[in-house]
Ligand binder design. Structure first.
Ligand code: PMM
Length: 287
């Protein structure tokens, strides 16, 4: 999943894709680099971000969703607002990605249920302005999986088809560096929910802090975190993630192909060994 933020203030690409023509061209480029989905967002959720008026969010995303859908790109709409999700689906979006998992807008789950499209339910504890204060856990993996499971039940009660739900640990949302690493290290815990898992490590703070300048302690700037992002994305894929959400698609797309090939060859090697063994048994000895 390639990220297309049509915002002036996203933490790593704010302002780059505000012009709809440039945004559509960038989305098409992400798809040609290997993104199966392009995730269009019109409201920054970086820590401390303020909400934008709904008219502004609509004006940012709709021309881009329409333009990409027309060119055959599979678009998800990254929004916490039911009205934006509905308008984006009308404009051609085929997935709703809500970082609040339906908690920010009481009408979201019903709207998604009506639209009948896949719904990303991310772990979320509150709006970006105060979310760092909500990063308090005893056992982060168990609590985050449990909170998403309850939200999954809530959206299903509102009419969303459970088979349409994709879950996401929400790296960086009401989480500090320790929590992000703990979650990324234990993605197998999500198997309990039996839903596709989306993981979005791209350029996030925990990577910037890992790669901090040893002399000054300054986190690595967001735009220089793509190699680490690709590594994190491949490690997520190796733990069974269904999709990884990234700003810079090329390296990650290659990386997840390497991971898939390794798994496929691993399986082939195991069955190959069995076949060779059977041949040896038939021959009575090994050549
Ligand atoms: N993170 C951001 C925005 N949208 N959506 C999902 N499903 N998961 C995430 O972790 C997530 C998201 C943060 O901002 P960005 O668009 O600059 O990555």
């Amino acid at each position: 999943m390639g990220i297309l933020n049509v915002t002036p203030d996203s933490f790593s690409d704010g302002g780059r894709w505000l012009d709809p023509g440039r945004a559509v061209a960038h989305g098409v480029a992400l798809a040609s680099q290997g993104a199966d989905i392009v995730d269009v967002g019109g409201e920054s959720t970086r820590p401390g971000a303020r909400r934008v008026p709904v008219e502004e969010e609509l004006a940012r995303v709709l021309p881009v969703v329409r333009g990409l859908a027309r060119q055959g790109v599979l678009v998800s709409i990254d929004t916490m607002r039911a009205s934006v999700a509905e308008a984006a689906v009308d404009a051609g979006a085929r997935i709703v990605n809500d970082v609040s998992g339906g908690r920010a807008d009481g009408a979201m789950a019903k709207t998604v249920a009506r639209a009948g499209v896949p719904f990303v339910v991310m772990h979320w504890r509150g709006q970006s302005r105060g979310m760092d204060d909500l990063a308090c856990y005893q056992d982060v993996v168990t609590e985050v999986v449990g909170e998403v499971e309850r939200q999954l039940d809530a959206v299903v009660s509102a009419g969303v088809d459970p088979s349409q739900v994709i879950v996401d640990p929400g790296l960086g949302f009401a989480k500090g560096r320790r929590e992000d690493w703990a979650l990324l290290a234990a993605l197998e815990a999500w198997a309990a929910l039996d839903r596709p898992l989306l993981v979005a490590p791209s350029r996030k703070r925990f990577l910037g802090e890992l790669l901090a300048d040893p002399a000054t302690g300054e986190p690595r700037p967001a735009r220089e975190r793509d190699h680490a992002t690709a590594a994190a994305a491949v490690l997520a894929a190796a733990q069974g993630a269904w999709a990884v959400r990234v700003h810079e698609v090329g390296a990650t797309a290659d990386g997840v192909r390497v991971e898939a090939a390794l798994r496929a060859h691993g399986r082939a090697a195991v069955s190959g060994r069995a076949a060779v063994s059977a041949r040896c048994a038939a021959a009575g000895s090994c050549p």
